[in-house]
Design a protein around this ligand. Structure first.
Ligand code: G3I
Length: 394
């Protein structure tokens, strides 16, 4: 569903009304639940559960009738997306339905990484990545390719490999050329190099730096460009979203690439944040602006906002504010073209296995119900589409 101009205006007014009704229904559901419980105590469970059930289905109907994020994002001219896992995409209808309904861009969470796609020297396994790319094509979604050169999730033939420098160069060239060529014309943007910089701004000690030297960065971008001249090429990292030693080093790194005529189109800001730590929106805006001055785009590539468990309404509201502020930053600068989250349902998120005691980082809960963060993004996109319409003079 793509909505433009006055149609958007009309639809949006309708939705704004629906949104209000939706919120009051949610309150109704809460009040209904409480009063239902009291009634249940005195008059038995049947009436109470009927009422809760009715309210619940009204809420679900409202949810079904709201414009999805991708329609609002299309109208605003921005990409809104998520990382995707191959297994639930194959096995879980609600996962796939929610994905194609809400997002206009996706990225593979693991399926395109070296260990998944190139597990042995003479073996490429494309099944998971192919399925994700086909799904995107079938549902008119763009794809971010993630990732060609990284120090993590490497197969043992690489992490424990012993080769000459020339052989390492050939290995990396073969990997990049094979993977990028396979999806030539199908990948909107590649994370060519991921996380090559330490927090103190030095280059990370990786298998690629040790065995090839710092020029592995230039080579990787050049090979990717040769294999798919139309794909946008990104350097992607975490912790350099605001202004700090790391983002300064990333700025210098990409500036150096540009000076040497290396093909690079943008910087990915991962944004794995929490209520305790999230970069100031002003700093993120300044960082984006200085990259824009270099002629580079930025994508928010892996946003999630983890919560310390247990989850409370206050924490969900604070989480929603962070999602909203970061989307606002992206919408307010010219060079931020994509807002991508690292998953969409708390059912599948990397957080609980990497941060003990944390979870609930995404915009849908584990039953695929939209959380306050979803509505915050939704409202923000809606308002921004109106602003866009007004400034277009329509
Ligand atoms: O594939 C094996 C499977 O065979 C085994 O049975 C299972 C048992 O634990 O592990 C599976 O591998 C896991 C893999 O994800 C695939 O599910 C690894 O243990 C696990 O460490 C790995 O985690 C991934 C993590 O990158 C590794 O660093 C997360 O799923 C993935 O979401 C995460 O993504 C990264 C981005 O690529 C880069 N930026 C940071 C982001 C979050 O860490």
């Amino acid at each position: 569903m793509i909505i433009h101009g006055k149609n958007l205006n009309r639809s949006a007014s309708l939705i704004a009304i629906k949104g209000e009704r939706f919120l009051s229904l949610k309150k109704g559901l809460l009040v209904g639940s409480l009063s239902g419980l009291v009634v249940g105590l005195f008059f038995g469970c049947f009436i109470a559960s009927q009422r809760i059930h009715d309210l619940q289905s009204q809420v679900e109907n409202m949810e079904r009738n709201m414009l999805p994020l991708r329609s609002l994002a299309d109208a605003r001219g921005i990409l809104v997306g998520t990382a995707v896992s191959a297994t639930p995409l194959r096995n879980e209808a609600l996962y796939a339905e929610t994905l194609s309904r809400e997002f206009n861009i996706l990225t593979a969470d693991n399926a395109m990484k070296f260990e998944s796609i190139h597990p042995a020297q003479n073996l490429y396994l494309f099944e998971g990545a192919d399925a994700i790319v086909s799904y995107a094509e079938a549902n008119n979604m763009k794809v971010r390719g993630h990732t060609l050169v990284w120090h993590n999730q490497l197969p043992s033939w690489i992490s424990m490999g012993s080769f000459s420098r020339e052989e390492w160069i050939n290995i990396l060239r073969d990997h990049i050329t094979t993977v990028v060529s396979r999806y030539q014309g199908k990948i909107y943007a590649w994370d060519v190099v991921n996380e090559a910089v330490n927090d103190d701004g030095s280059l990370r000690d990786t298998v690629w730096l040790r065995n090839i030297g710092p020029e592995y960065l230039d080579l990787a971008f050049r090979w990717a460009h040769e294999a798919d001249p139309n794909a946008l090429l990104f350097y992607n990292d975490y912790g350099g979203e605001g202004l700090n030693q790391k983002s300064n080093a990333i700025y210098d790194l990409v500036n150096g690439l540009l000076d040497r005529g290396v093909p690079i189109n943008g910087v990915g800001l991962q944004m794995h944040v929490s209520l305790e730590y999230s970069p100031s929106p002003q700093e993120v805006a300044e960082n984006m602006a200085r990259l824009s001055n270099l002629g580079l785009d930025v994508h928010i590539t892996e946003l999630d906002v983890r919560l310390e468990l247990p989850v409370t309404e206050e924490k969900l509201a604070a989480q929603a504010r962070i999602y909203q502020e970061l989307l606002e930053v992206c919408l307010n600068v010219d060079n931020c073209k994509a807002f991508v989250m690292w998953g969409f349902t708390d059912r599948y998120s990397w957080i609980s296995s990497f941060f003990r005691g944390y979870g609930s980082a995404l915009i849908f809960d584990s039953s695929y119900h939209a959380k306050p963060a979803y509505y915050a993004l939704w409202r923000c996109l809606l308002n921004s589409s109106f602003d866009q319409e007004t400034s277009d003079g329509s």
